[in-house]
Write a protein that binds this ligand. Sequence first.
Ligand SMILES: [Zn+2]
Length: 299
Amino acid sequence: MTTDAGRRSASTAIRVPALAFWALLACVSAPTLAAPPLAATTTPRHTRDEETAVIREHHFRRLDTRLATEAAILRQTCRYESEISTPPPPDRVALSFDDGPEPGQTDYILDILARQGISGTFFLIGEKSSAHPELTAKILASGKHTVGNHSWSHPNFHAIPPEQQREEILRYEEPASPGPVKRLFRYPYGNSSCEANELLHARGYRIVGWHIDSCDWAFDRNGSIDAKEAISCGVLAQNRHNYVEHVVSTVRAHRGGIVLMHEIHPNTLARLEEIIVRLKEEGFQFSAIEDPEFLPSLR
Ligand SMILES: [Zn+2]
């Protein structure tokens, strides 16, 4: 799948010449991010640092593969379809939070969304949701937010056979997993497959990618992003120490869209409210992913 090259800073950034790459390294430091809202927690099988390393690995593999592989072949194998090329509804933003529920973080996000009077979509990992049913219930309690299927245990769908992919999707729907099953699915690491696409569509799911990858995982505790990751994430040199400005400027460049964030990165989540306020000031309106205006962006 190709990106909307005219507007995607990420797709242009990966072609930045070597000189510009090294120019990024010359950036000076800037103020650090606010302290994380709560203490570090873990995913079922990984610490946050380990999970960040896995996300990083898949991020670079996706870029390398997309650069090295004919678009037609990628299409044929249904790979890497999570970056949405369909333009979003103008000036509309839909926030999505992956990899929860996460004790502390989920409440933190819900409080911000409530204060700002907007809705969000939480793509939950079934295993974690099952371990924290109270958090899933809390997300659903307001009636404003949506819970989507992010698989049972968050595996890489490119590395497991179709039967296991099927199990990962269906097991999430079992009673132990989140309450009412919304037929929205997001692939772990964005790694899609033809077999899973077929199953999901047969079960009435819409597959949800993103217009804007916040790359929240790549900004460290001091609020900075590594030069190589900055290029791969389309972070402009002047925003290498400014996560908020990176997200706001990327949303501006797309004129809105579905934003990918993660529940497991407290440093960047600590800036969530600032991002929402900034986007509101710039005239963006917040919608739920399920709003009909976002339907053309779903698959
Ligand atoms: Zn995920």
